[in-house]
Design a binder for this molecule. Structure first.
Ligand SMILES: [Zn+2]
Length: 293
């Protein structure tokens, strides 16, 4: 069976939940499941390099049968072999490689290359992850703004012109339904770059959170709109999250899914915690969108 030579086309960046498409490859997996690759998909997969947003939930319909999709991951092939997720040996976009969305299903699914299938993502799961992801981006911008006075040297700037604490210190980012958790390393290189880690001391964190919450409420009140811009419809074509906040347009490289306006987030609240990882102080920020308020 030949392997695809072109990236999977993706429609989820535009908000699509369903697509009718052709199966271009089916590969058996070591764990007894199958990886189903289609020409096009509306199903958001977890990224291999920066796995912040989990995969959608949903089904793949073939004839009258709805096959549950257990997970969806990025795959890549050089034409000879198929690699999944963390096993991909090259960087995304490497010439001569096709980057694919692999829908993982049980091996009892009767699916073959050439079949026409419908792919359906669950709307409520997608909406909750889109809310979590948009809230995560705006909270990071509001965090950078709140900490802008805590730098003694010029630092790289974020999309709105504040020193990019988020981009410089981030260690991990995880998107959850209506929620996200970012962790930041408060290490020596951050201090050498001019950041005063005293600004995120334990007794200042509640006030910092309140400042960020107020900024986010203000941006949402002013009707800030969100959109995705992209260079093409292939999985590896560059995509950007663009948000028109008062005083500027934020543009951040991002492959995830998002809501269309900050007003859809409801009241957004951040909470901080200090911890440590092998002796390095770590700040974590949990961002929660309370849609019911
Ligand atoms: Zn993102």
């Amino acid at each position: 069976m030949t392997l695809p030579t072109r990236d999977t086309r993706v429609t989820y960046p535009d908000g699509a939940l369903t697509t009718t498409t052709e199966v271009v490859h089916v590969a058996p997996l070591g764990d007894g499941g199958l990886a189903v690759i289609t020409d096009t998909t509306s199903f958001h997969p977890v990224d291999a390099a920066w796995p912040d947003q989990p995969a959608d939930a949903g089904v793949l319909r073939t004839g009258a049968v709805a096959v549950p999709i257990r997970d969806a991951v990025v795959a890549a092939t050089d034409g000879a072999e198929l690699f999944l997720g963390g096993d991909i040996p090259v960087r995304k976009g490497t010439a001569g490689w096709a980057f694919l969305v692999a829908h993982l299903v049980g091996d009892d699914a009767a699916i073959a290359q050439g079949d026409e299938v419908q792919i359906e993502s669950d709307a409520s799961v997608r909406a909750a992850l889109s809310i979590g992801h948009t809230a995560c981006h705006v909270a990071s911008l509001a965090l950078n703004r709140a900490l802008a006075g805590s730098w003694s040297k010029p630092a790289r700037e974020d999309a709105l012109g504040s020193p990019d604490f988020d981009g410089i210190a981030i260690a991990t980012s995880r998107i959850e339904p209506n929620d996200s958790i970012d962790t930041y390393r408060l290490n020596k290189s951050l201090r050498r770059a001019g950041f005063d880690t005293g600004a995120v001391a334990d007794d200042l964190l509640d006030a910092l959170a309140a400042t960020i919450d107020a900024t986010l409420a203000d941006w949402a009140d002013q009707g800030a709109a969100v959109r995705i811009e992209r260079d093409g419809d292939g999985l590896t074509d560059r995509r950007y999250w663009v948000c028109e906040v008062p005083g500027g347009t934020a543009r951040i490289a991002c492959g995830g899914t998002h809501v269309a306006a900050l007003s859809e987030l409801g009241r957004v609240q951040v909470r901080f915690e200090l911890g440590e990882d092998a002796g390095t102080p770590v700040l974590s920020m949990r961002t929660t969108a309370h849609r019911d308020h």
